[in-house]
Design a protein around this ligand. Sequence first.
Ligand code: ADE
Length: 419
Amino acid sequence: MDSGKDYEVKDMSLAEQGMLNIEWAEKHMPIMKTLSARFAKEKTFAGVTVGLALHVTKETAVLVRSLRAGGAKVVITGCNPLSTQDDVAAALAKEGVAVFAYKGENTEDYYRYLEKVLSYHPNITIDDGGDLVTMILTKKPELLKGVIGGCEETTTGIIRLRAMERDGVLKYPMIAVNDNKTKHLLDNYYGTGQSTIDGILRASNILFAGKDVVVCGYGDCGKGVAMRAKGMGSNVIITEVDAFRGMQATLDGYRVMPMVDAAAIGEIFITVTGDKHVIRLEHMKKMKDGAMLANSGHFNVELDLDALGKAAKHRKMRPFLDEYTLDGKKIYVCAEGRLVNLAAAEGHPSEVMATSFAGQSLACAYLVKNRGKLPAKVITLPVEIDDEIARLQLDAMGVKIDALTSEQKKYLTSWEEGT
Ligand code: ADE
């Protein structure tokens, strides 16, 4: 481990490769360049310290650079023990960012690093899963007086925040960046769809064509994964607990059935529900020899691996692939049940993260502009900001669209005209 006053990373000699990877991401995130120039001109974040607990990836580094361009002091740690890209962490440290993260962190370091971030007294917190805000509220309430607000990146984090709001413990405004349509629809659908398959492929190099692939959960992430698996020639089965989503999956042409039935059919199982113990020992016992399990939900709770570990013999097969022998049959688990797209691959592609992180940086700007005026609640960004992100991204892709004529605008706001 390499460490200094403001950093603790795996190996500083990786910094050069990290710089190249960040440059590669930046090239595919032109919208962030546009925003960085704006923040630099307006000094949007002058005097503001931003603390982040995000996946430390090349795309996150581009977000960090945009905040710093606007004058922010930035301190960052990871939000999952397996998702840090060590070369990127080293590059950030070399650029003078306070960074505490390495791939394969133990639980003690994970929480120690969250505390490190809070030791910089952030005015804005950016979370992916809600760990920073939870630590401030439960262990460091003295920091609240300096906090302007926070941003949350994931569905899982939003669920936690809404529970805090309901229980009256949320003490500062939290922007639900996850709920921007330019985040939710692109990141969860296209991002998770592609990167989940990417992670499973890098862990196993298994063929998807002709396989029975069970996708657990048909939210935006599940829809994306199902679409990509189908496109690769898999026979996709969906499991759901929500009647509307179950109906939608059926009408989209998938077989829908309870997990207990899918367990006996599937060859690859992918959880994307955000809930715990979606695949339990009772299901694993029904699986075929060679079945492979992967999770792409935020926390490593969707597969009951504790129960599997107790009932089965374990062997490390290759990086990010573990073998369990259960009742004489083999079951393979990708990336220890942690989010497979970031643990075994590189997470969502840069083009997708560009809109998610445009949302994060604009949410920070919104918090600064509205300092002291926002309630301690989960807040959705004004739709105009979301629309601006979509417009900027279209510009970046060189795509032009139509504009409403004045006659059309009038029609859309009137009721008199009928058949
Ligand atoms: N979440 C999913 N993919 C990501 C990425 N590439 N960078 C940061 N957070 C992510």
